[in-house]
Ligand binder design. Structure first.
Ligand SMILES: [Zn+2]
Length: 321
């Protein structure tokens, strides 16, 4: 566990945020001022019981470190790769965790004595990215991980759309002759960019398929070069799509794939500039000037999840007050 501020020096409401991923949980305690007071990471485990236990134990460890009880936390927000219900208490379709349906709030609130709210992990990360940008304007967050999706935040408020599917850019088809996607379409952006799809296409037993593809492409492997160039085209396509439909102040790239850092960004920027070289319209959008990559290991999703708990609380005060 890492203490980023002296816990004794922090006053006011403390909120806990969790980013529950397929393999690990990233957790933070955030102060009223939005500063990360404590941070912890641990393996997730598989299935509903493992997730509930890991989240509960981490919150209890935080509370012990701060010398308070868990009911002393103002809220707990949980970002999770699934679909959050409208009341933000339960989640469905968290397939990477082996969870079809789980009422996280019902499972955790009685044990910890604190309100629990859930959010889709990409939407939570979008809130965190927007907060790191000062909380105003429009921020698009593009998650390049096992899957590919975006979240949009304007002046601190998530834009969900009518059915909560706003930002599912991974399932926009960019090649009618491309690989078949699990969604039933062909050539979806996720088939070119998603870590899961690339691992299947690459077919080699490596820990990090995208890095292995980039390495092999550097060594001149023709298949790897084809997949890498498709990846770069897919990321650039997603950025163009987001800019033309949402017009954000900034597009922030996050997710495991961004661990490639400049190796990826340099090629994506070159692809965007290649497209702009023949289009005065695309040039006028200055796509690359408003592009950022989160540093590796950024707690943006956990930070955003802590804000989910805070926002739910404010909305309830407004409705009931
Ligand atoms: Zn698809």
């Amino acid at each position: 566990m890492t203490g980023l501020l002296s816990p004794a020096s922090v006053s006011g409401a403390l909120r806990v945020g969790f980013d529950v991923g397929g393999t690990k949980i990233d957790a933070v305690v955030v102060s009223d001022a939005g500063e990360v007071v404590l941070r912890a990471r641990r393996p997730t485990g598989w299935g509903a019981d493992a997730v509930v236990t890991a989240v509960s134990e981490t919150a209890e460890t935080f509370a012990a470190e701060l010398g308070i009880s868990t009911s002393g936390f103002a809220s707990i927000g949980i970002g999770i790769p699934g679909q959050a219900a409208a009341d933000q208490r339960s989640i469905t379709h968290a397939v990477n965790l082996g969870i079809d349906y789980l009422d996280l709030a019902a499972a955790i609130e009685p044990r910890l004595g604190t309100r629990v709210r859930t959010e889709n992990d990409v939407k939570a990360a979008a809130l965190g990215a927007a907060a790191l940008h000062g909380g105003t304007g429009t921020i698009a967050y593009l998650n390049l991980g096992t899957g590919v999706a975006a979240g949009f935040v304007t002046d601190g408020v998530l834009w969900r759309g009518a059915r909560g599917t706003a930002g599912e850019v991974g399932h926009v088809s960019i090649d009618p002759r491309g690989p078949e996607c699990r969604c039933g379409q062909t050539g979806c952006i996720e088939m070119f960019v998603g870590g899961g799809a690339l691992a299947r296409r690459w077919g080699r037993p490596v820990d990090h398929a995208v890095r292995d593809i980039f390495d092999a492409a550097d060594d001149g492997d023709a298949e790897a070069i084809g997949i890498r160039d498709g990846f770069v085209f897919g990321v650039a396509s997603a950025i163009r799509l987001i800019t033309l439909s949402v017009d954000p102040d900034f597009t922030v790239l996050g997710g495991g794939v961004t661990g490639l850092g400049d190796r990826m960004l340099t090629r994506v920027v070159a692809e965007l500039e290649r497209g702009a070289s023949t289009s005065a319209f695309l040039r006028s959008l200055e796509l690359t000037a408003h592009l950022e990559v989160l540093p590796a290991g950024s707690p943006v999703a956990a930070l955003g999840a802590a804000l989910v708990g805070a926002q739910a609380h404010q909305q309830e005060v407004t409705v009931h007050g």
